[in-house]
Write a protein that binds this ligand. Sequence first.
Ligand SMILES: CC(C)(COP(=O)(O)OP(=O)(O)OC[C@H]1O[C@@H](n2cnc3c(N)ncnc32)[C@H](O)[C@@H]1OP(=O)(O)O)[C@@H](O)C(=O)NCCC(=O)NCCS
Length: 159
Amino acid sequence: MVDDARLRPAMDDDYDAVVAVVDSWWGRTVSASLPRLFFDHFAGTSLIAERDSALAGFLVGFRSPDQPAEAYIHFVGVHPQLRGSGLARRLYQRFIADARADGRTVIKAITSPGNTNSIAFHAAMGFVVHDRTADYNGPGRDMVTFVRTLGPSSVRLSP
Ligand SMILES: CC(C)(COP(=O)(O)OP(=O)(O)OC[C@H]1O[C@@H](n2cnc3c(N)ncnc32)[C@H](O)[C@@H]1OP(=O)(O)O)[C@@H](O)C(=O)NCCC(=O)NCCS
């Protein structure tokens, strides 16, 4: 169970611990897609999950400076031995709650068409999965896009 994993905002110096595990957690080389800039500039909107002070999972995301209604999730990962217990769901719920509190109403993410795990996970998280977009990231680099539009918050505002 990972109910005891503690979630906190990331800090810039979390980068080294995260980049050290991503290739093994993904089972392929993905670290080039997670450069340090994400922790230098978006740590405050990204999340770290820890269990007994060890890295259990992380989410890298930000609120778009150019699209005021949107927030974007770039990477989410959970330690292979801790998967299937709802930790990624908790990370998404926390990111989405923080984005909603900042007035964001649309959450976006993308993946490569072959990443069936990511597609299944995002569908389970309530995202609409759009058909692959040809040449999305340049010639020959098709991507699948995910969009989740947030409904009205159940939190009542004070009169
Ligand atoms: C994808 C990943 C983050 C999921 O983490 P997790 O903690 O195991 O996910 P959760 O336990 O919170 O699952 C949340 C929901 O997604 C579903 N889900 C998660 N992984 C799934 C998979 N591989 N296939 C189908 N459904 C999946 C779960 O069934 C659950 O749905 P439910 O609550 O309706 O049953 C994890 O497998 C991972 O780190 N994978 C490698 C990195 C990666 O591919 N990241 C995504 C792209 S950035």
